[in-house]
Design a protein around this ligand. Sequence first.
Ligand SMILES: Nc1ncnc2c1ncn2[C@@H]1O[C@H](COP(=O)(O)OP(=O)(O)OP(=O)(O)O)[C@@H](O)[C@H]1O
Ligand SMILES: [Mg+2]
Length: 195
Amino acid sequence: MMEELAHHILDIARNSVEAGATRLEITVEEDTQSGVLRFVVGDNGPGMPEHVRRRMLDPFFTTKSGKKVGLGLPLLQMAVQRCGGHLEVSSAPGQGTTVVATFPYYCWDRPPLGDIPRTVVGLLAGSDQVDLCYRHVYNGQVFELDTVEIRLRLRGIPLQTPEVLLWLRQHLAESINNLCGGGEDGQDRLARRAG
Ligand SMILES: Nc1ncnc2c1ncn2[C@@H]1O[C@H](COP(=O)(O)OP(=O)(O)OP(=O)(O)O)[C@@H](O)[C@H]1O
Ligand SMILES: [Mg+2]
């Protein structure tokens, strides 16, 4: 079971990598005033033909060989529906794929955001070919990290060097923490208020 939105993000972004995308754009948007948490995963992959798009939410549908089920999108759909949010997937051949999942911010059934740095670093560690832009927006304040810029600054040192990945993870954790004022997830805040 997926208890963290970060796990869903990882799953959706893996779909992009598996489809052959070379550039991912991941945005997490938290708006505590309007009470919305949204994440967007966009890719420059091949996009889905109509017959795939039609069945992408069917758990017994996958285009991947050696698999009998395709659970990434159906599980996200379930998580979204459980708390009255919504899921939008735009995808067409030659136009890439964009997945937008919108959740009510204050809802007991919403999974907590979870470990975003781990997700981002996990994606980068898993494939050399991929560049990624991560944006986090918290009540209008923006943090952004683009691996294209980081690669330039590394002057040829591979992004996948363990020390670099470790630095990235720490940098992301600190930056998101600072942005969100102590890094306390809204769900934690809700729990603390109740407890
Ligand atoms: N970003 C994408 N680009 C192209 N096709 C995609 C993308 N995301 C999903 N798909 C298509 O939708 C299908 C269903 O995706 P889903 O994540 O639900 O299952 P899966 O990836 O096949 O299996 P699992 O997620 O359980 O490993 C995929 O098999 C693939 O054909
Ligand atoms: Mg999948």
